[in-house]
Ligand binder design. Structure first.
Ligand code: TRP
Length: 335
């Protein structure tokens, strides 16, 4: 089925800044594998973006490879998706510089992520943190994608990318395709086990279940999940009054395919002491194949290397075409 040329192009970057958790998977990644039926998909590990915040080098290297292995295990088939590491394709840095010169100080100053991150990293408000959106615009525009799937927090950066593309095209003609943000249909919205009012995130390791966690640790976290003190300790769905139980029901539904009525019936007359470990067990079993496959891939260094090298080679060829055009347009002498 070699019709990739006719498919619309989708591209997204993923920062290797933390370990993946079940909220990432059930909320989003779970649906990514199927996208390659309809789109020509590019995904890269955005390691160049990650160093805008100080990193431990060994950890960054480990996480970049671990995340790549996990994404493959989650269904991003390297035969059907172009998977690569940003720093392996120098055109990102090269176009990033050029686009820095077409992105305004005022625009960069308005980015809410810059404001947030400079508050959180007050001792390291570096130039890269500020010009990050110009690099992101380069990441995107190099591949002339139709769609850029991103979460809510990255929409402003995609809007800026569009503005920069339009501005550049206005001066030099149609160089860049102006991409659309693609807001994926949301999967399950998974909340913290420790604070069910907050979306699951790595900020509290006790409330967050990572994909690669050991089964006994996963079970322990579920057994300690915050519920409520309603007498009767009844399992029923009511996100307002029973956020903890409702979150556990959502997770259970996502991994078993059961609906709320099925679940309510299954645990009728049985307390949280039965319900919580049952959800934990179901999660352990659901993620077992992914966990094992990711571990297997990560241990197979030669395979992983062949994936990211092939990905970088394909990406570099496409990126080079756009970069050459840009260099010519702005007036650089051809080598
Ligand atoms: N900025 C994105 C994030 O923090 C990651 C990213 C970098 C990205 N380059 C991109 C996303 C290009 C989409 C397209 O999540």
């Amino acid at each position: 089925m070699e019709t990739t040329e006719r498919k619309k192009v989708m591209l997204s970057g993923i920062q290797p800044s933390g370990d993946l958790h079940i909220g990432n998977y059930l909320g989003a990644i779970r649906n990514w594998g199927a996208r390659s039926d309809d789109y020509d998909c590019y995904y890269f590990m955005a390691d160049m973006h990650t160093i805008t915040v100080r990193q431990n080098p060994a950890e960054l290297r480990r996480r970049t490879l671990a995340q790549l292995a996990q994404y493959i295990a989650c269904g991003l088939d390297p035969a059907r998706n172009t998977l690569f590491i940003q720093s392996h394709v120098p055109a990102h840095a090269e176009l990033g510089w050029v686009l820095n010169c077409y992105t305004m100080f005022g625009e960069l100053s308005r980015m809410t992520q810059f404001k947030d991150k400079s508050q959180k990293n007050a001792d390291n408000i570096n130039g890269g943190l500020f010009t990050y959106p110009a690099l992101m615009a380069a990441d995107i525009l190099l591949y002339q994608p139709d769609y850029v799937p991103v979460g809510e927090d990255q929409k402003q950066h995609v809007e800026l990318t569009r503005d920069v593309a339009v501005r550049f095209n206005h001066v030099y003609g149609e160089v860049f395709k102006v991409p659309e943000p693609y807001i994926p249909k949301v999967g399950a919205r998974v909340m913290m086990l420790s604070e069910p009012e907050r979306k699951m995130s790595k900020s509290d390791p006790n409330g967050c279940v990572f994909l690669m966690e050991k089964p006994e640790d996963i079970l322990r976290k579920f057994k300690r999940a915050v519920t409520d003190s309603e007498t009767g300790r009844c399992v029923y769905y009511d996100p307002q009054r029973k956020p903890g139980v409702s979150n556990l029901m959502d997770i259970y539904a996502a991994v078993t395919g059961k609906n709320y009525e099925d679940i309510e019936r299954e645990f009728e007359g049985r307390g949280y002491g039965v319900f919580k470990p049952a959800v934990g067990e179901a999660v352990v079993e659901y993620f077992r194949p992914i966990r094992e496959e990711a571990a297997r891939i990560l241990a197979d260094k030669a395979y992983l290397q062949s994936v990211y090298r092939a990905g970088a080679e394909k990406a570099a060829a496409i990126a080079a075409r756009t970069l050459r055009k840009v260099y010519k347009k702005v007036g650089f002498v051809e080598r």
